[in-house]
Design a protein around this ligand. Structure first.
Ligand code: FRU
Length: 491
């Protein structure tokens, strides 16, 4: 692998070879970030799942490690989480801290075709280098629920009690369990059968406490729930979240049950969850998602490997006119990849003037602050050539931010891949403030300081490197624009 293959991401995580889906088991321990992932080591499409593994000290440069968890010849290792068992509550580490992975073992009931999903443990006493299956597996079963998977575990400690909490997907809802030792689990509550979106089966939940920006002591709990592909919905698989309270046993949604909040307004951010055991001074949590969509994940045009993760992102909350909403920002470590930039300031742009004419790039960050003025639409055409372009724009008439990838490059592998989609978003002060991240096969748009996010895969030709800043229906003013070419993580 030279990591320079066609479409290979140059600053997003990709598996060295073969298939990848959900991020799994993210945990920070002893100065190292661990990232495991759903992996089929023998093919570039989904198959018997293993946990691939990589380690990083900066969330950007990853050292690929041998496969961490393999099925024992029958079934598969589905998604799950990992924690540091600091107090050796499990008794597996001789009184010292160690790492425990909690995952779904998926197989069939003996002598039948009926699928079975059970929660099991694996542990590591050597900083995640080698893993041993717990002899008493499985630790949590439920014979009545077919879709019973993706356990996410965290330590809950208050003045009076401390224990482990597990949230997992149980068909059309989540279940919450508690445990003193990660081995014996008691049912605590369930949530969601009649809340939020049920466009597909619930998967990969997470439950985290997040600070509200500018309001110390006003933390809220956020439940993240991914929704599996359902062919009737053009969006395919996507992720919703709920904001509310968690009392140690049950979660309550503060919005009305029919409110649906989407974590991302693009097509390619799925099954994302947060890192365990990271404590940031500001209380934010670290998130990463799988940058694909079950609708076409098995068909994307890469050859040696398939799919990438989103940029790692910091999550927190912000209170706005419509309530408390999730905010996502690329982690600050991403800035270390910036190469010397080009800047433009205080420049009026009109319909026949492309400020970016002659500027080229394939991997870069673009940040802008544009005063829309009288313009009806302003935006960027990126990864552009005569035949291709990916458009990111703001339509002032419909007040919507959009990505149009219908001419973005290779699009014919699925009929619904070429599309334009977006979200209504008011622009504070009439100013379009964006941070855009372009890599060989993706675009991530962070608008209004991380409040609105659009993540999409694109497959432009290597020669499509042009850029255009366009305006329709009047003049606009570039208050500030900066282009940072990004250094490859392989250079
Ligand atoms: C989500 C998911 C999980 C499951 C895994 C299997 O993308 O369907 O629910 O554990 O993928 O690979």
């Amino acid at each position: 692998t030279n990591y320079r293959e066609k479409y290979r991401a140059q600053y997003h995580f990709t598996p060295p070879a073969k298939w990848m889906n959900d991020p799994n088991g993210m945990v920070y321990y002893d100065g190292e970030y661990h990232l495991f992932y759903q992996h089929h080591p023998d093919g570039t499409t989904w198959g018997p799942m293993h946990w691939g593994h990589a380690i990083s000290t900066d969330l950007i440069h990853w050292e690929h490690r041998p496969i961490a968890l393999k099925p024992d010849g029958n079934g598969a290792i589905f998604s799950g989480s990992a924690v540091v068992d600091w107090e050796d509550t499990s008794g597996l580490f001789d009184g010292k801290p160690g790492l425990i992975a909690i995952f779904t073992h998926a197989d069939v009931y003996p002598g039948s075709n009926r699928t079975r999903q059970r929660q099991s443990l694996a542990y590591s006493s050597d900083r995640g280098r080698t893993w041993t299956m717990y002899a008493g597996n499985p630790v949590l079963v439920n014979e009545d629920i077919a879709d019973f998977r993706d356990p996410k575990v965290f330590w809950h400690e208050t003045a009076t009690e401390k224990y482990w909490v597990m949230i997992l997907a149980a068909g059309d809802r989540v279940h919450i369990y508690t445990s003193p030792n990660l081995i014996e689990w008691s049912f605590a509550s369930e949530f969601g059968a009649s809340e939020g979106s049920h466009d597909g089966v619930w998967e990969c939940p997470d439950l985290i406490q997040l600070p509200v920006e500018g309001k110390s002591g006003a933390a809220k709990w956020v439940m993240i729930v991914s929704i599996g592909d359902n062919a009737e919905f053009q969006e395919g698989s996507r992720t919703q979240y709920f904001v509310g309270q968690f009392d140690g046993h049950a979660f309550t949604n503060e919005a009305s049950p029919d409110t649906v909040l989407w974590l991302d307004h693009g097509r390619d951010n799925y099954a994302g969850v947060t890192w365990s055991d990271v404590s940031k001074a500001d209380g934010s949590k670290l998130f990463i998602g799988w940058m694909s969509n079950w609708k076409y994940a098995n068909l994307t045009p890469t050859v040696e490997w398939r799919s990438a993760m989103t940029l790692p992102r910091a999550l927190y909350l912000r209170e706005g006119a419509s309530g408390i909403r999730l905010v996502q920002e690329p982690v600050s470590e991403v800035r270390q990849l910036r190469l010397p930039d080009r800047q433009w300031q205080e420049t009026v742009i009109g319909p026949n003037h492309n400020l970016l004419s002659g500027v080229e790039g394939d991997c870069y960050e673009l940040s802008c602050d544009i005063d829309l003025g009288e313009a009806a639409e302003v935006g960027f055409k990126l990864r552009k050539s005569e035949k291709e372009e990916t458009v990111v724009g703001y339509d002032a008439r419909s007040r919507s931010l959009f990505v149009d990838r219908s001419r973005s490059g290779k699009i014919d592998f699925h009929s619904e891949f070429p599309c334009k989609h977006g979200i209504q978003a008011a622009l504070p002060g009439g100013r379009l403030k964006l941070r855009l991240f372009i890599d060989q096969s993706s675009i991530e748009v962070f608008a209004n300081d991380g409040e609105v996010v659009i993540t999409d895969q694109i497959f432009p030709d290597a020669t499509s490197t042009g850029m255009e800043l366009y305006v329709i229906g009047g003049e606009a003013k570039v208050v500030a624009l900066a282009l940072y070419p990004m250094k490859s993580i392989y250079s």
